[in-house]
Design a protein around this ligand. Sequence first.
Ligand SMILES: [Zn+2]
Length: 332
Amino acid sequence: MDLRRELLTAEMIDPSGKPARTTIEVRYDPLTGHSSRILPERGLMPASDFDLAAFARETQPNCPFCPERIEALTPRLMPDIHPEGRIVRGEAVLFANLHAYSSHSAVSVYSPRLHYLPLGAITEQLLADNLSAQVAFAQAVMAAEPQSRWASINANHMLPSGSSLFHPHLQGIVDSQPTTFQRLLASVPAERYAAYLDAERRSGERYLAGTGRVHWMASFAPVAPGELRALIPGLSSPAELTGDLVEELAHGLALALGGYADMGFESFNCAVYGAPPGTGGYPLNLRLACRSNLKPYYRSDSTFLERLHWEGAVDLAPESVARVVGERFGTC
Ligand SMILES: [Zn+2]
């Protein structure tokens, strides 16, 4: 597979009167064809210097996900989905999303006691329990409503990522309708996924590790800063994630989020894009990306390019991201 890239050059006279040149690399995502701009390092994503712990203390007294209030203030699932109303796995608690985004929307906290959970402290166990709760939710919805075949497990972590509540959580969507990216990714031929994975493994520049059945890499053409991808050949829906595979995925996610912490980031988005269970040749896959750090008057990493052109523009080269996060995966 040809990982396509084009170099663009911008020329200008700088404020001191000297000619100046800037190189921008346009890359094309091998799966969807979306293009992305890799900019020279410009400090667009400064490391966190925000006092997250203090903000946690400020937001805790009214938090609906904390132990004193979670029972009274969060909605329960419909009895035909889960008679107990909430799904509990280890410390994780899953409940219906008060602000639904689909016919079946769920929120799951890593733990009611963990109102403050910096990225470096998210353990494999917390992730495995939370993912297990989301897998159980997807399975329960699909059993009750066979037309709801499109499941995804997602995260808005911290306010810059779109989270309206500070307390860390995952979000699940199970619906009869795919999102735009679920539709796009599900229409990619199986051979293209295989060729992409093969090309990244051979090049090694962005490939982080295979942890067994899950392959991790930095995205060649990221839509967002610090973007990582995981491919899990052999299954197509989160509802098909078995216990040991949940643990393997949680292991990789914990390493990846630890890598983000090493880079000085505290906010991220994640999407595990499910296609209908049993979709032949579709590998369950996820994207994970950093978001700007939380602080007053921060710069959003989502500009006219990302929102209106669907074009990522990042000044963190994917190969640099792979080097830093790769340290966690033990490949460097
Ligand atoms: Zn809380």
